[in-house]
Design a binder for this molecule. Structure first.
Ligand SMILES: [Zn+2]
Length: 553
């Protein structure tokens, strides 16, 4: 006789960071103890204990629960037991589906010990418990967020772990004080950088001296309560050194809201743009003086130009494809010398639409490669910028006149088309007003039934709103163009700040002068590789200097 294998009794535990924050201190170990005792006392043997650690109850993509539900659907489960219903999840709709539809369908008995619910009995209270659990986490999370926001806005430090070099004051946990031993290492790292050492070299030096790395140091000195396991406490990686050299905290500054999370259902930290971060000076003693900090900033700006793997390019976000208009994608590759004895990273760009399709070759690529090496692009832009600055410095008045003429010509071409569209928009907006009015009268007289009236008037109003938005945007654009003189003046002011010739492009210079560069596909002519690059400057647009220079000759 074929005996069916025994069905499983599952005991399930869950603990999320959120639960810990809202004060649920029921550790996985405690849950296990409660569950196994209950199972043994009540004859749910043998049993299997499965848990998910660090995952919110609003998230159903948990490995442990997924395994259990898979087995439920396969008919392998006899019962499921949790400490309380919120361990299973905090989403009442999903819980309702599980306990009222899925479990009964597969003959699974579900017990929540502390809530005293059991699917073998009639439980009127169960949905209310679920509702309360969901409300509780949402409400608490809202409150925590509000407290968090006001704390952060008042300049109190939000980050829990002190930066390396500091520890929390004994009498006031919110206050950072200098931890002399690690602060000495921070000062040394800055000094080594000023002396010309790069982060990788600094990391190697610290490694050779077997100095504890920041996480190991914080763990050893109990600056962090729950340290993460650390493979090699003496290993410093380059990123750690980078982070230290870039941390404004060492100037005595607190930065809050570096990251944010979307909601209690989505706890993934995301980076805030700089304008949303808040900065508070002098919140704690500085470890590094402003002069050293400034020198290190300058040194690091120059160092940036040796591409490293994974670094962003000088023109990331500025370079565009001439054919499809997509941004160019920056990538680095290793280039060897002829003897294969030395290698270096070389940065280059290619069309992101082209790159995207590599995985889906069957569908064909949307664009071509538009490949350009960063050194080439840098040279082209640097030469053009230098010539332009030189021209502006020597012939300022002529420059102003030429740009004015150029933009006037562009404007007349452009404005004619825009004004035509504008007139069309205006006409349609008035038309819609009339239509809505007629519709209203027809509805009032009973010609158009209410339901139809609601639908149609909503449709007209939506169309009108869209038109008004487009109209205003267009009008603003036309207005903007008329401010050319002001733009040129601003551009010249930027130029004046560069009194000596620019030797190297930095991200700051690129962002200050250049709106975008447009890269064309190279042309192969008699073994000659020619590639067109268009440079669009901020405020003044594209400048064809060679034309002006020949005109003046
Ligand atoms: Zn493209």
């Amino acid at each position: 006789m074929n005996r069916q294998p025994d069905k499983i009794n599952y005991l399930y535990g869950r603990l999320s960071n959120e639960d810990e924050r809202i004060g649920d201190s029921m550790s996985i170990e405690n849950q296990r103890a409660i569950l196994t005792k209950y199972a043994e006392d009540n004859g749910f043997t043998p049993y299997v204990f499965i848990y998910d650690d660090g995952i919110s109850g609003a998230d159903w993509d948990r490995p442990g629960i997924s395994k259990i539900l898979e087995d439920v659907e396969a008919g392998r489960v006899k019962s499921l037991i949790t400490k309380d219903r919120s361990r299973l999840g905090r989403d009442r709709l999903k819980l309702g589906f599980l306990t009222e539809i899925l479990f009964p369908q597969h003959d699974v008995r579900y017990i929540a010990i502390h809530d005293n619910t059991d699917t073998d009995r009639e439980d009127d209270i169960a949905p209310l418990i679920d509702l309360f659990n969901e409300w509780f986490v949402r409400n608490t999370s809202k409150k925590i967020r509000a407290v968090w926001q006001s704390k952060g806005k008042s300049g109190k430090r939000l980050a829990v772990i002190p930066p390396y070099g500091y520890r929390k004051a004994e009498d006031d946990k919110g206050q950072l004080v200098i931890d002399e031993e690690s602060a000495a290492v921070v000062r040394r790292i800055f000094r080594l950088c000023v002396d010309g050492m790069g982060p990788a070299q600094i990391a190697r030096l610290l490694n050779s001296e077997r100095i504890l790395n920041p996480s190991a140091y914080k763990a050893a000195h109990e600056i962090v309560k729950k340290p993460r396991p650390c493979k090699d406490p003496n290993f410093w990686n380059t990123t750690t050194v980078h982070k230290i050299l870039d941390a404004p905290e060492y100037l005595g500054i607190t930065i809050n809201f570096k990251t944010f999370t979307k909601s209690y259902k989505d706890n993934k930290p995301r980076f805030n743009p700089p304008e949303k971060q808040l900065m508070f000076p002098d919140t704690h003693p500085a470890i590094i003086d402003t002069e050293t900090w400034e020198i290190v900033r300058k040194m690091r700006e120059h160092k940036r130009r040796v591409p490293r793997y994974g670094e962003t390019g000088l023109f990331t976000g500025t370079a565009y494809c001439s054919d499809c208009g997509a941004k160019l994608y920056y990538h680095t590759r290793i280039v060897w010398n002829k003897a294969k004895t030395q290698s270096r990273y070389e940065g280059s760009y290619s069309c992101s639409e082209y790159r995207k399709d590599v995985q889906y070759l069957a569908h064909g690529r949307k664009c071509t490669c538009h490949f350009i090496r960063e050194v080439m692009l840098e040279q082209v832009v640097l030469d053009d910028l230098r010539d332009l600055l030189d021209f502006v410095t020597r012939h300022e008045k002529r420059f102003i006149r030429l740009v004015m003429d150029k933009s006037k010509a562009e404007q007349t071409r452009d404005a004619a088309a825009k004004k035509k569209t504008l007139a069309k928009h205006r006409q349609r907006i008035t038309e819609i007003d009339a239509l809505i009015e007629r519709l209203y009268i027809d509805n009032a007289s009973g010609k158009v039934p209410d339901e139809r009236y609601e639908k149609m008037s909503a449709k007209f109003e939506a169309e009108q709103a869209d038109l008004i938005r487009a109209h205003d945007a267009l009008e603003a654009e036309i207005g903007e163009q008329e401010e050319t003189a002001d733009s040129i003046e601003k551009f010249i002011r930027t130029v004046r700040r560069y009194t000596t010739e620019i030797e190297k492009l930095t991200p700051a210079i690129v962002h200050e002068f250049i709106d975008r560069v447009i890269i064309h596909e190279p042309e192969q002519a008699r073994g000659d590789r020619r590639q067109k690059v268009e440079i669009i400057y901020h405020r003044i647009g594209k400048i064809d200097l060679s034309e002006w220079l020949t005109a003046s000759a």
